[in-house]
Structures are given as C-alpha cells and as structure tokens.
Design a protein around this ligand. Structure first.
Ligand code: NAD
Ligand code: MG
Length: 396
C-alpha cells in the first residue's frame, strides 16, 4: 500500500491512541495531516512531537497557549476551537479516523464526508444523529464510511454484497457490561467507578457507562440500521459475555456468519485501514481452547430498558434518535458528576423523548441542511434533558 494522508479526530482518546499504536506496530505507511483533541493538551503535544502532523488542534481554546508552548520550534502549527477541529477534518486527508466522543464529532465527521475522505467511523453518535445524510454525503463525494465499532465491523466483514436481499437478521452481540448479573437494587447504588470498570473492553468513560446501561447497544442498533439499511425489526441483540463473536449476519437459507477476535479495537481499526486488503501486524491470536466456552443469553428488558428505548426511537424515525442521543449524553454526564443515580439515566432519556415528540417533524431535509437540523435537535433535546434533570434534583 502506498503512503496515505491521515487525520485523527480525537487522537488522545482510547480509539485515537489505539489507532496510533496500530500504525506504530504495523509500520503502516502514514503521513499525518492533523491530530485533534478535546482537552488533553499534554498527550496531544506528545503525539504531535512523535508523529509530526502539519497541525495539532485542541478544542478547548483556553489551552492554545500551552499547546503553542509545547510545539514551539517544531514547525507544527497549533490551533484551537470547534471551528479549527472542523477545518482539520476538512483538509482532505485520504483517511480520517473519526474518534471524538459524542455529538461533538458530528460536524467534523460531516466535513470529512463532504470532502470525500475515507472515514473510519468510531464516533457512533454522529451516525445516530445524522446517519442517512452522513452516508449519502460520503458516497456523493467519492469517499466512504467504514465502521470501526466492533459489531459493525463484524457485520461489514461477513455481509456478502451480492446477497444483501437474502439477509434475514443482523445479530448484535453485547458483553452485558459490568452489571449483567446485578439486581435492580444493586444497580440503584452503582457508582461511576463501578460503571466504568468494563469486564472485557478498555474504553473512554462515556461509552463505558453506555455499556453498563446497555444504551451502547441501543445506539449500535440505530447505527446498524443506517449503515446496513435494515429496519429495527430485523436487528436483534444477544448477550455474549466472552466478547469473542463481535456480531453475526443470518441469511435466509439458515446460515449464520459470525466474525470473531480478541476484544481489542486495533483489529477493527486495522480492518478499516486496509479494507479490502488485510493489514499484517502482530495481533494477539484467538486462543479458543483457552477461552473454552462461548455462551449466549437474551437481554433483560426490565433491568436494561435502553434497548427498547432505542428501538422505539428508531421506529419513530426522523430526529428521534438524535434527541435520544443528546438526552443520553446529558444523563451520562450527570451520572458521572454524581448528580443522579445509575437507574435515573434511562428514565431521563425516556422523559426527554416524550417531551420532544415534535422533533421528528424537523428532519425532512437532507445534505448540509440535515447537519443543521441534527444540531438544532441536539441542542433542544439537551435543554429539555437539563430541565428534566433539574426537576428530578428538586424532587430528591
Ligand atoms: P475517549 O473519551 O477515550 O476519547 C474521546 C476523544 O475525543 C479524546 O481525544 C477527546 O479529547 C476528544 N474530545 C472529547 N470532547 C471533544 C470535543 N467536544 N471536541 C473535540 N474533541 C473532543 O472516547 P473513546 O472511548 O475513544 O470513544 C471515541 C468514540 O468511539 C465514541 O463515539 C465511542 O462511542 C466510539 N467507540 C469507542 C470504542 C472503544 O473501545 N473505546 C469502541 C467502539 C466505539
Ligand atoms: Mg461496539
């Protein structure tokens, strides 16, 4: 493979670090254009000095002076702010890793899509908020979106392009998170530390809490529906605590294809880098005798109502998934700040969706407009969720 220009949005996070680590271990031929981060200026500066991008961008403008200071004399440009992150995405790198957390990733990811970059998409929230328009923009500009979320990477790898009309079901696997076997009474007292301690995967705080509530699987259902043009009725979730099978596709002849691997995000990142080729790197092999057993369970909708919430938002269509995502971001942040309990997260999202039931009418437009609509819905759902949160706190 010849050298490709690369931009990493969210380079200091769990996925961003794994991406650079994969590049280092595989010796993949990369020419880094831009690295961007939210607030972790020290790690961003270290990465920039090691990888020599043209530009390093910190979203938090108060940290620009520090970034300039750290990069002084290196010839690497330093910039800050939301617009600078978006501009970095818009530089036309051939391959863009979209790994900002939350809806904050939407505008930069759309900028890269409109530029025709190949987008390795980890930032699932951007698909949930604006999936159809994002995918259409990428296609129209001559680029494309390759999923990095492990479940969607699995489905992407086992989907036979000539047999899409013969797919009967997509089956998303879920580890079940740290509270898989907990009772409601135990979950009522779950702390942020316990929610973040995922049994199999090492991830950022927000997605770790989403895994604990299983909203992660809800977001992934919406993501799968858009990526693979499949309605909610034909997407199922199965709990698979070993996280060895990353997801499955069931075909109409009774055959089900699964993709397997150790729980390491470098594998789906490698897939998104090299597709349709395979990247040679010293990946940990799957030791099946050591794993011994693969087990499966149905999810418990009573303890984990978020999957049904997401299914309902997907069926409602329009902007409902964007509103759900925004409310979830507010609720997760409040839980991490110890303002609400773990079991308040799902009801807060549900209440916000009920109050926002006009929002779906907003999303008739497409293309650039769809981004504005999604961002408007995101902002108003956040306002509604913050009000609902304040009401809850007054009642406590
Ligand atoms: P993380 O919190 O570890 O990293 C997030 C990155 O985004 C950091 O570089 C941070 O500085 C940056 N960032 C945060 N807020 C920002 C803002 N407002 N503007 C610009 N940059 C900002 O998160 P992560 O675990 O790496 O996850 C990143 C994305 O990938 C999420 O959407 C997550 O759902 C998805 N994902 C992650 C994993 C995983 O294993 N970590 C797996 C599948 C999907
Ligand atoms: Mg996933």
């Amino acid at each position: 493979m010849s050298t490709r220009t690369v931009t990493i949005l969210g380079s200091t996070g769990s996925i961003g670090v794994s991406t650079l680590d994969l590049f280092a271990r595989s010796g993949a031929p990369v020419d880094i254009f831009a690295l961007t981060a939210g607030r972790n200026v020290e790690r961003l500066a270290e990465q920039a000095l090691a990888w020599r991008p043209r530009i390093a961008v910190i979203q938090d403008e108060s940290l620009l002076a520090r970034l300039r200071d750290r990069l002084a004399g290196s010839g690497i440009e330093a910039a800050a702010g939301d617009a600078a992150v978006r501009e970095a995405a818009d530089m036309g790198a051939q391959w863009v890793m979209s790994a900002i957390v939350g809806a904050a990733g939407l505008a930069p990811t759309m900028a890269a899509a409109l530029r025709g970059s190949i987008i390795a998409l980890a930032n699932k929230e951007s698909l949930v908020c604006c999936g159809p328009a994002l995918l259409e923009a990428a296609k129209a500009a001559g680029g494309g979106v390759i999923p990095v979320d492990s479940e969607h990477s699995a489905i992407f790898q086992v989907l036979q392009p000539d047999c899409l009309h013969r797919v009967s079901r997509l089956i998303l696997t879920a580890s079940g998170g740290p509270f898989r076997t907990w009772t409601m009474a135990q979950m009522a007292h779950a702390t942020p530390e316990q929610a973040i301690a995922h049994p199999n995967w090492s991830m950022g705080a927000k997605i770790s809490v989403d895994s604990a509530t299983m909203m992660n699987k809800g977001l992934e259902m919406v993501e799968a529906s858009y990526l693979f043009a499949t309605p909610a009725e034909r997407i199922d979730v199965v709990i698979h605590p070993q996280s060895v099978i990353h997801s499955m596709v069931e075909y109409s002849d009774g055959s089900t294809l699964a993709q397997m691997g150790p729980p390491d995000m470098k594998a789906p990142i490698a897939c998104a880098w090299a597709w349709p080729d395979r990247l040679p790197w010293p990946a940990e092999p799957l030791d099946l005798p050591k794993i011994g057993q693969l087990t499966f369970e149905a999810p418990d909708a009573a303890r984990f109502p978020t999957i049904d919430l997401a299914r309902a938002a997907l069926r409602a269509g329009g902007a409902a998934p964007a509103a759900m995502n925004a409310a979830n971001e507010v609720a997760v942040a409040a839980f991490l700040d110890r303002k609400i309990g773990f079991l308040d997260i799902a009801p807060l999202v549900s209440e916000t969706l009920d109050r926002m039931n006009g929002a779906r009418d907003l999303s008739a437009s497409t293309g650039g407009d769809a981004l504005d609509v999604a961002m408007m819905v995101d902002a108003s759902a956040r306002r509604v969720a913050v009000e609902a949160l304040a009401r809850r706190q007054r009642l406590q």
